[in-house]
Design a protein around this ligand. Sequence first.
Ligand SMILES: Cc1ncc(C[n+]2csc(CCOP(=O)(O)OP(=O)(O)O)c2C)c(N)n1
Length: 404
Amino acid sequence: MPRTSAKTKDRHDPIQLLTPQGEAVTDARLPFDPSGADLPALYRDMVLARRLDTEAIALQRQGELGLWPSLFGQEAAQIGAARALRPADMVFPTYREHGVAWCRGLDPASLLGLFRGTTLGGWDPRDVNFNLYTLVIGAQTLHAVGYAMGIVRDTGRITGTDRGRDTGSDFADPAVEHPVDPADPTDPTDPAVLAFLGDGALSEGETNEAFIWATTQSLPVVFFCQNNQWAISAPYSVQSTVPVAQRAAGFGLPGIRVDGNDVLACLAATRSALHTARTGGGPTLIEAFTYRRNAHTTADDASRYRETAEEKEWAAKDPISRVRDHLVNTGAADPAYFAGIEAEAQTFAEGLRSRCRALPEPDPALPFEHTYAEMTPELRRQLAEHRAYLTSLREMSDLSGERA
Ligand SMILES: Cc1ncc(C[n+]2csc(CCOP(=O)(O)OP(=O)(O)O)c2C)c(N)n1
């Protein structure tokens, strides 16, 4: 039976359901029965997501990828949020949601192709209801709102606006508002939208427009902000003096602040907020308070702007080790289980490496052909010039091969 955390909670303290020591606790602000979560499966997801990340960084270092934005440290936020989704829900990611992509069933090689430069987009968003990665900060929040508007228009769904919803409170608890079990897969409600964003995206006009539009229209969208505390080298403190979740009140939507390194809190908050969204209760902003343990991307050097002490402090709050400790301490998983996951991760990594190297080179005509529905005469001319240039390169390399 999880104990109730003894510490008196400040209302802005992140909600925690699994401590860094792996102890399950309760929090009245987010009622959640941990038996409704498959912790061994969540552990497996997090281990494989981290392995995907480690392998991608190694591939980048070997020159196989141009760039890689690491998720290291953010596994609980991503897996917790993603495992709250249903297949029909739609996800709008940034460029760092590799763990979410994994949970949606996207082929991880598609992610590698994007950063290897062998694809112009990566995948068809409709295949697994996971939109394309968005590198323009904050742009995906408006895409998500537009999609949510589409859901409302298509289904003729009653929204909270029609019911005169009171949107004035921060930290309103959607779980309390909706006692129906949000995990129940037979719940016959409509799809919802889950939009990911970073703390830096909150400083973008688009994100603020998205919040306003989603709230006034009471749209079925959840904004999941991974506050990893850094927007490249800009700390959150230069963007705001209050927690991310507290900023929600200014827009009139509920804000929930959870420990982003706690997979259970992330799962519970997202399940609850998605349920609110799909049952006409409107949007929620979730702040998953976490830490990006690697540099921003493989092109960045975090030691130029970050203290080692801060990095060490967050290493002690590792999202994976706390789940492992919990599974060991409660006897929910034995050494054979962990060995099995380790072996699976090894095979997964080997497959990933060979599949990355085997990704087909793109047809050089694609950027020309895909700019417009039909190519203009000017683009045709440019393509012909480009082909002639590539042929001349090949001839030169053939010649130098003959000489050698
Ligand atoms: C509109 C726009 N402005 C600036 C950039 C450059 N840029 C790339 S990543 C980044 C920081 C984003 O930080 P955050 O939203 O916290 O996400 P994180 O990378 O930490 O996950 C910036 C400013 C961009 N890609 N798009």
